[in-house]
Design a protein around this ligand. Structure first.
Ligand SMILES: [Cu+2]
Length: 339
């Protein structure tokens, strides 16, 4: 498989960016045979379920994709699989990345011809228009699926809102280019503690990082469970994944003789922030739900109707955290790189 290249969403040619939105639309319009939901909706349902997963060794439901070290590997796998799904409707398409250190508005990315304005630091929520308008685009392109309108599936809605919306008074954004450089070079590794711990925590949860990016956009993006309803979700996470990939390369280059497995905590390393082992699903050799193959004993606990939308991965090989470390070679998922 050739290596796919993910590009800068602000500077890539507009017609290439359009291919990404076209792929999202075609996947959202592509109904699962015999069902009232689309292939795109199935991927939103996966995210809706990762918030509460019970593993075979536990009787508790835990978040297997957030608030823990699996955040980066799980989303890497999730994005790559979604990207391959996009390629079934638009061959060769990749997920562009939102280069965080840029003023969001005015900008090319958050314009009507790309991913649509986010109404930065304005509290009044507004419905999205353009391609993702619930009423459909005013003058659809030739490729537009006849009669299709982007509305959120009932089981994946928040507050009964079928249309994508944006707008938030939060203005803690963007991070500076210097802050991102510092993060990509972060090497906090005192007393045998793996440097991944501090890196992951800052990238997921610090101000002006992953969480803030969701919150400043508002609408579905500000909902932790159903944020992938907004096609901006993937573009946001593409950048997060790029920061991790660059951090991995810098760590590797700084320490000759190491490999990518060395820059994730070993299986039995205690979480230095919480003082206990991470839950099953977060550690380097753990299986990642929902790619558990035919391993039995997993359960999820989402809102009503969500589980019914899940895709079936039971005939596919098991995927583990460590299978995600090399973006150039993700096993059966091919490889990709960042421009
Ligand atoms: Cu997520």
């Amino acid at each position: 498989m050739a290596t796919d290249v993910r590009k800068n969403a602000e500077t890539m040619p507009a017609d290439e960016f359009q291919e990404y939105m076209k792929a999202c639309v075609l996947l959202k319009a592509k109904k699962v045979p015999g069902k009232n939901y689309s292939v795109y909706d199935q991927w939103v349902a996966v995210h809706g379920c990762i918030m509460a997963v019970r593993t075979p060794d536990s009787n508790r439901y835990r978040n297997m994709g957030h608030q823990g070290i699996a955040f980066l590997p799980w989303h890497r796998e999730y994005l790559r699989r979604f990207e391959l799904a996009l390629q079934t409707v638009v061959p060769g398409v990749t997920i562009p990345y939102w280069p965080w250190p840029m003023q969001p508005e005015p900008s090319a990315l958050f314009s009507r011809v790309r991913i649509h304005p986010i109404f930065f630091s304005r509290s009044s929520r507004r419905d999205i228009d353009g391609l993702f308008a619930a009423s459909g685009p005013v003058s659809p392109s030739a490729w537009w699926p006849s009669g299709f309108k982007w509305t959120v599936h009932r089981a994946l809605q928040v507050g009964g809102t079928p249309q994508l919306q944006r707008g938030s008074s939060d203005d803690g954004w963007p991070p500076t280019a210097a802050a991102i450089r510092q993060l990509e070079n972060l090497d906090v590794s005192s007393s045998g503690i793996n440097p991944y711990w501090a890196f992951w925590r800052r990238l997921e949860a610090d101000p002006r990082m992953h969480n803030s990016g969701h919150n400043i956009v508002g609408g579905y993006m500000a909902n932790p469970v159903f944020s992938p309803n907004d096609p901006l979700f993937w573009v946001h996470h593409s950048y997060i994944d790029r920061v991790w990939a660059r951090w991995q390369q810098k760590r590797l280059a700084a320490k000759p003789g190491t490999n990518l497995n060395d820059f994730y905590p070993p299986q039995n390393q205690v979480d230095p922030f919480r003082g206990r082992l991470p839950a099953n699903g977060h550690r380097i050799n753990d299986i990642m739900w929902p790619w558990v193959g035919n391993t039995s004993g997993y359960a999820v606990n989402p809102g009503p109707g969500v589980e019914a939308l899940l895709p079936d991965f039971s005939s596919e090989p098991v995927r583990r955290i460590r299978n995600t470390f090399d973006v150039l070679n993700m096993g059966g998922l091919g490889g990709y790189s960042y421009a």
